[in-house]
Design a protein around this ligand. Structure first.
Ligand SMILES: [Zn+2]
Length: 66
């Protein structure tokens, strides 16, 4: 019985101590919409990124560079 109880406590502690995964995402420099691109993603792997300007969303990118 005691074992079962401590096991439950351990599970709860694990849940509480779980580190918060806060990934910051890029924001479109033009419309300020949050994008699905993590801020630490290399520029080479990004789409709609304009050197000198910054990260654009798909819509803005195609609005400017159509
Ligand atoms: Zn945009």
């Amino acid at each position: 019985m005691v074992c079962q109880a401590s096991l439950t406590v351990m599970k709860m502690e694990k849940k509480i101590k779980k580190p918060e995964k806060r990934i910051q995402f890029e924001i479109c420099v033009r419309c300020h919409k949050q994008l699905q691109i993590p801020v630490d993603l290399e520029i080479d792997y990004r789409s709609c990124y304009v050197e000198g300007a910054g990260q654009l969303c798909y819509d803005c990118y195609h609005e400017i560079y159509k």
